[in-house]
Design a protein around this ligand. Sequence first.
Ligand code: DAH
Length: 389
Amino acid sequence: MTIEEKTGKTLAELAVSDAQGVESLFAEVRAAMEVGRQNLVARGASTEKEREQMCKALRDRWLARKNGLLAQIDEYWLKPAARELKPAVGRQFNALRQAAAWLEVPALLDDVPLKRDATVEVKGVSLEASVGQVTASSIRDLHDLTLPGYRRPVGSLHPVTRMQREIEEVFLNLGYGIEEGPEIESVYYNFDALNIPETHPSRDDWDTLYIDSKTLLRTHTSPVQIRAMKKYGAPLYIIIPGKCYRHDNPDSSHSPMFHQIEGLAIDKDITFADLKGTLDFFAKKLFGEKIRTRFQPSFFPFTEPSGEVAINCTLCDGQGCPVCKESGWVEVMGCGMVHPEVLRNGGVDPAKYSGWAFGLGVDRYALMKYGINDIQLLFQSDVRFLEQF
Ligand code: DAH
């Protein structure tokens, strides 16, 4: 059926009964309109008089008050449209009317060139066929395949992803593997297996999002230590990146969902010197050779002894500023020698093997590295922010 024929029937007669049908019908009309215009532009006219006549013919075909295609559409599609279809038809019709502004004679005259050989047929379809009647197949045939395609904008890696990959790179080069574990975790792996018994005060420290009494959203990546030991045994050198969840109110330095990277090295004769050497090397790789590290005692139930690593504040170079709270140092991770009970829970014999571990917050590293002052920015998906990385 030609567009002429279609615009002489109602939507009901055309069996168009939903918004999608309306949309594709109008898409067909738009295509036909564009083909008519493109053909005339491609063909050109041999004299000004001919140009004037042809532009007027095309304009009238679409825009004539009486019997123009748009008038027909108004008459046969819009006016008698079923109540529920009317908004969709109205919207499409308005868009079509706007697009039809290109068919006004002055606009056409600007676009149609004068050519001496302008009577030649365009791609095998005579001008009459395109200014006159256009069928669906001739629309397909007439699309100009030499026009450039649509470009889709390419995004960039999220700053947290970039930070994570950079940290992974350092450890991959040291021969560590990457291991992952579930975000929905059992209370046993998240707490008990890590030597955090129900009565232990540190269990209160993790305000936890429970799913039921035995299941939770993991509060740290440490449970994967146990899973990995059970899976691979010793020796074992892995890092564990992943999402963690805590019942924290969002503010500039807290988010209920955040990212950690855990590290675990288990072998014969592993000592605190291995921990210190590796983490000092890591800090220098990540933040620059001039970085100094500080190790201070701390407490975690799953390590003994436990420590906290700080680096000298890069902003004030250790002089003291608001970022380092005037201390000259910024804490960057927790660490320690894996507790014998934890080794045992992972099926590793503490009499034969020892190990060290660490845990760090990737998001905070990204804030430091990229000079971002609000962790919330990382999770708002605002392209204006993200495209800066
Ligand atoms: N799991 C600790 C937390 O979420 C971080 C941590 C500290 C991990 C010391 C470790 C470690 O493996 O040895 O705060």
